[in-house]
Every structure is written in C-alpha cells, then in structure tokens.
Design a binder for this molecule. Structure first.
Ligand SMILES: [Zn+2]
Length: 182
C-alpha cells in the first residue's frame, strides 16, 4: 500500500506542529485521504489501531492511529478519545487503566456527549540526517543557541565538533565563530 502526501501538505503539518519531536494532529478519515497527493510514503507496519509510514523525502516517520472521540455537547472542543480499529470498534487491549475509567465515565454520561466520531491521529517524528533511522533531537549550546540535530548514534561525533565550553559554560567566549568548519 502506498500513501502519498504533497510537500505543501507536509509543510502545513510541520508548521502547525512546529516540527517538534512528536507532532500530533487529529484528522477526519476524509481529510486524511484528501491529504494524499504527491510524494511517496512507504508503509512500515500495520496494527489493528494504527499504520506507520516512512516518508523518505521528508525523512520522517508518520504514525496514523484510529481513535473514537466523544466530545462534550456544551464544549465540543473537549472530550475523550479512545483507540479503535478501522471500523470504529474500541480496542480495550490498547487502553490503560485511566482510559478504561474515562470510558466508563463516558458510557454512563452519554447524554452529555455528542455522537462519537472516528478520527485519525497522526504522530510525526523527524528522523536524524545521519541515516541511523532514529528520531532526531535538537541540541542547544550553554546559551540556548541551536547547534544541530542529533540522535543517540551520532550525538558524540556531532558534538565533538564544538568547543567543550560552548556546550557547558553559558559565559563562553564568542569572538570566534561558534559554528564548526564543515
Ligand atoms: Zn544521528
């Protein structure tokens, strides 16, 4: 199976998400399908509740998870979401104790909630550019200035290019370039 998103759509998702480690957005199934346009996504893994894709172009891992959402009638922006399968059947095995209690609460207060809606929740993780296939993490110097993205595999090598005091001493001397020669 091949799922395709255009670069513009990815940029929209990334902008909204701020490209944080775990970007999380909810889509209707229809909207998610509409986002399928151009550029390749390879399916890596499928479980009853989710599908994991690799985007070679953006170097991201996208996890699309089905959830069944119950929103409050008097506050439709708030409510509860439970893992479900493609048919909207709640998957109790994927729920922790807290979720099970929430579901009990919802089931005994159904008059307070709108009819449940099936949605797709997407988690986007940017992968490291070193080719490890691992998620990346932003590294900052001792003054909080962004340096580079690293993963557990390349962190040591990448940070070795910086002067040790730049990483540890907030009042480091900065009259020479902070960027390493690449
Ligand atoms: Zn890396």
């Amino acid at each position: 199976m091949k799922i395709i998103l255009s670069k513009a759509q990815w940029e929209m998702i990334g902008k909204k998400a701020g490209w944080t480690k775990e970007a999380r957005r909810f889509y209707s199934e229809e909207d998610f399908e509409k986002m399928i346009a151009s550029g390749d996504l390879k399916m890596i893994k499928e479980t009853p509740s989710s599908t994991v894709y690799k985007d070679e172009y953006e170097n991201t891992i996208v996890t699309a998870t089905y959830v069944l959402s119950y929103n409050y009638k008097n506050d439709p922006g708030a409510g509860y979401s439970f893992p479900c399968d493609k048919n909207g059947k709640i998957l109790f095995d994927e729920m922790g104790g807290g979720s099970k209690n929430s579901l009990k609460f919802v089931k005994s207060n159904l008059d307070k909630f709108l009819a449940p809606v099936k949605e797709i929740r997407t988690d986007i993780e940017s992968l490291c550019n070193c080719g490890s296939g691992l998620p990346r993490e932003a590294k900052y110097d001792a003054r909080g200035i962004f340096l580079t993205y690293v993963c557990p595999k390349c962190e040591k090598d990448k940070l070795a290019k910086y002067r040790p005091d730049v990483l540890s001493n907030p009042s480091y001397e900065a009259d020479e370039p902070i960027e390493p020669d690449l």
